[in-house]
Design a protein around this ligand. Structure first.
Ligand SMILES: Nc1ncnc2c1ncn2[C@@H]1O[C@H](COP(=O)(O)OP(=O)(O)OP(=O)(O)O)[C@@H](O)[C@H]1O
Ligand SMILES: O=C(O)c1ccc[n+]([C@@H]2O[C@H](COP(=O)([O-])O)[C@@H](O)[C@H]2O)c1
Length: 220
């Protein structure tokens, strides 16, 4: 798993960073965060919804405010889980390097940061902005995900851990498609997320692109 898994008594604070588009957040995200928190003895996990996930088709991504609110709802019951607005409030394309620099400056040099990813995101990491500096700012933890090969090939030694978590074949894409077809998403996402989506009309056939961020939440 890697030397970073252990925790020295009275040692530095250990913070997980779970980045994602969360469109919508589902149990695959929550299980990954919970498992990594357990395996790496994390003090907390900060969920960071991406403001403008520039590698996705932004015209099809739900407003950041809705994704942020769903993340708050989904994590509310777990005292170890927190949600950050850092990327929602930042202008321009969302780069993890900016987030880690900002978190590093907020938390100070002593806190250990663990950036949590699924196998697919880890496999694409070499395409991320300032990839070399990323590994200086956080330790990366890659989790298995059905349909994706978990590998650290090409990534720097000692900077990445690969872990096995209970595999959940759930994706946000499938949740969105199910909602648009009128199929249930109960038990794929937390109950509060089903209710939020029903209440706001997110992912129904009309594209979300024309809506102002937070419009659904404000008008419901
Ligand atoms: N079922 C899952 N198991 C493990 N990791 C996951 C799972 N779903 C998502 N992740 C990881 O969570 C992070 C955020 O993922 P994201 O919000 O893009 O969800 P997604 O389900 O991949 O969305 P989409 O289907 O829209 O691409 C990524 O690192 C991704 O690899
Ligand atoms: O920094 C980058 O260039 C970069 C490129 C693609 C994705 N990311 C981050 O990777 C995390 C998972 O992204 P995604 O697209 O799978 O939801 C999320 O925190 C994104 O902001 C970061």
């Amino acid at each position: 798993m890697g030397a970073d898994a252990g925790r020295a008594p009275g040692g530095p604070r250990r913070v997980g960073v779970m980045g994602g588009t969360f469109d919508p957040i589902h149990h695959g995200h929550l299980v990954a965060a919970s498992e990594v928190a357990h395996l790496f003895h994390l003090d907390e996990v900060l969920f960071v919804p991406a403001g403008r996930p520039y590698q996705k088709d932004l015209a099809k991504v739900a407003p950041a405010e809705d994704r942020y609110l769903m993340t708050v709802i989904a994590t509310a019951e777990n005292p170890q889980f927190k949600v950050s607005r850092i990327e929602v409030d930042r202008e321009g394309p969302t780069y993890t390097i900016d987030t880690l620099r900002q978190l590093r400056s907020t938390y100070g040099p002593d806190v250990k940061l663990f950036f949590i990813t699924g196998a697919d995101a880890l496999g694409a990491i070499l395409s991320w902005q300032n990839v070399d500096e990323l590994f200086e700012l956080a330790h990366f933890v890659g989790c298995n995900r059905p349909g994706h090969r978990l590998t650290d090939t090409g990534l720097p030694d000692g900077k990445v851990s690969l872990v096995e978590i209970p595999a959940l074949a759930i994706s946000s894409t499938e949740c969105r498609e199910r909602v648009s077809k009128g199929e249930p998403i109960w038990y794929l996402v937390p109950d509060g997320i089903v209710r939020y989506i029903n209440k706001t009309g997110l992912y129904l056939d009309e594209p979300s692109a024309g809506r102002t961020p937070g419009e659904a939440a404000a008008s419901s």
